[in-house]
Design a protein. Structure first.
Length: 199
């Protein structure tokens, strides 16, 4: 399980959100840096003393009031719609893909995401040292992936669990589903031992 494979399984649909947030932050940083440069007078004393709202820009906006208002309203509506789409996309539930094993008409065979997750979870819980497991099938119908969380008992051989997970559980899942690759992101946690009573 390479890093790129795990990254594919971990990545939700956050690429667009991260890119947009990065660009907005970069724009804000550039604006702040420009304001500091002008304010310190590095572009000339005259520019540093000018009011925040440039008189030339104010005069131009006054002369072209109607087009400026229309442009401001259009820009505001566009930003509002883009913000709503961004929020809706971020809040929507993550897809759990069902897998089409056979698309022959009249003999379709579909394995649900819950069935995939349940089978892999049952296999993972049989591994030595694993007390419990949680598995989620994520991604798309054409490119499914798994997110696996394993809770390990104290003193478990980590390398052994990792090797067994790869050779037994994930290999079996790939072969059963007929997939050339099944990316998986694995999270390992130490299971809490039952509290001991002090007398």
């Amino acid at each position: 399980m390479s890093r790129s494979v795990a990254a594919k399984a971990l990545a939700r649909s956050y690429t667009g959100e991260r890119t947009l947030t990065f660009l907005v932050g970069l724009l804000a940083l550039a604006g702040g840096a420009l304001a500091l440069v002008v304010g310190f007078g590095w572009l000339g004393e005259f520019r540093g003393r000018r009011p925040l709202l440039d008189p030339i820009a104010t005069a131009w906006l006054g002369a072209h009031a109607t087009p400026a208002r229309i442009a401001a309203i259009v820009l505001g509506v566009l930003l509002f719609v883009a913000g709503l789409r961004w929020a809706a996309r971020s809040l929507r539930p993550e897809p759990r893909p069902d897998l089409d094993l056979d698309r022959t008409e009249g003999a379709e065979l579909v394995v649900t995401a819950a069935a995939i997750a349940g089978a892999v979870q049952a296999d993972a819980e049989r591994l030595d040292g694993v007390s419990r497991a949680r598995v989620r099938a994520v991604g798309s119908r054409t490119s499914p992936a798994l997110r696996i969380t394993l809770w390990l008992r104290e003193g478990t051989d980590l390398k052994g669990v990792w090797a067994d997970l790869d050779t037994q559980v994930l290999t079996r899942a790939r072969e059963s589903l007929g997939l050339p690759a099944l990316p998986a992101a694995v999270r390992l946690e130490l299971d809490t031992s039952p509290a001991k009573r002090v007398r």
